[in-house]
Design a protein around this ligand. Structure first.
Ligand code: FES
Length: 60
């Protein structure tokens, strides 16, 4: 069972995504869920073609 006090690290990359480290459950706008392990990059620039994830478009 997952501990409620487990720490989550969110790393803000310069001119890039938010990196969320660790196991993550993502609830999409349609209510579907997705499990990610290790690290997930979330777009914060608005240019991605794969919302909510970073697809590298922030570099263009
Ligand atoms: S932060 Fe990478 S595409 Fe937006």
């Amino acid at each position: 069972m997952k501990k409620e006090t487990e720490n989550t690290k969110v790393e803000v990359l310069e001119n890039g995504p938010l990196m969320v480290h660790g196991s993550t459950t993502i609830v999409h706008t349609d209510g579907s869920t997705e499990e990610k392990q290790r690290a997930t990059a979330f777009c914060r620039c608005g240019k991605t073609g794969n919302i909510p994830f970073c697809d590298g478009s922030h570099n263009s």
